[in-house]
Design a protein. Sequence first.
Length: 277
Amino acid sequence: MTKTIVVLAAGMSSRMKKSVDSNIDDSKASEANNKSKSLITFGNKPFIYFLLKNILDAGFETVIMVVGKDFQDFKNQIDELKLPSKIEVKYAIQKIPSDRVKPFGTADAVSQTMQQLTELQKTSFCVCNSDNLYSASSLKLIRENYFENAVLAYDRDSLDFPKERVSSFSILMMDSEFNLVNFIEKPTPEQVTENLDENGKIRVSMNIFKFNGNQSFDFIKNCPINPIRNEKELPSALVNMISEDGLYMRGIPIAEHVPDLTSKADINTIQKLIDSN
């Protein structure tokens, strides 16, 4: 069990900025083109507010926002939310190497955070994206489990995304006890069939993890560069970690949708969801 969560918010929002959707008004399009995705407003609150509310409801007490050059924007927006005093918000800055124009990936974000806030190297903590609206129950599930390292293993059929999008999601290859064996990127139909779980389900990651900092730090820090995307990504670090004797990452089955903000087409979907609640 842990009470700390790291929220990854330093991405460039490239897909959001490049996307086009004629169903949103000009002011919302301007926000999408100029703000971090999680600072796009719904009503009078940024998207990150709704995620932080669920994080609070799940019992977390410390939130570490990993941000980039828009640190001050994040701090100002979160300060304005006047969150309850029982939750502490800290910040880590993901710096971009001088020979790059974009951040160096999710493993680099967590590595830099663990080096800036060194207590994370000795304790348990969770990690999630800032542009996915995880439910309070899913956040509680990743926080309260007793495994040293864990990942929520979503039933792919429960995710309400277009078929062509969800079929490209990396699938989790796990053993009979739900221990992670590998991540399979852009799986073929044959690979999907070969990696059904005990209940015949296809399991995918929505990037919500729990880590033992002492066990994971070296693997995250020394994560290899993905040759296709030229980034250091958490799945690569995890595969290296679980290859070490005695270390594991347990998949925790879950079946529910995870609303997200990837492109402008998602803005109206999120707005309708928030309005309905």
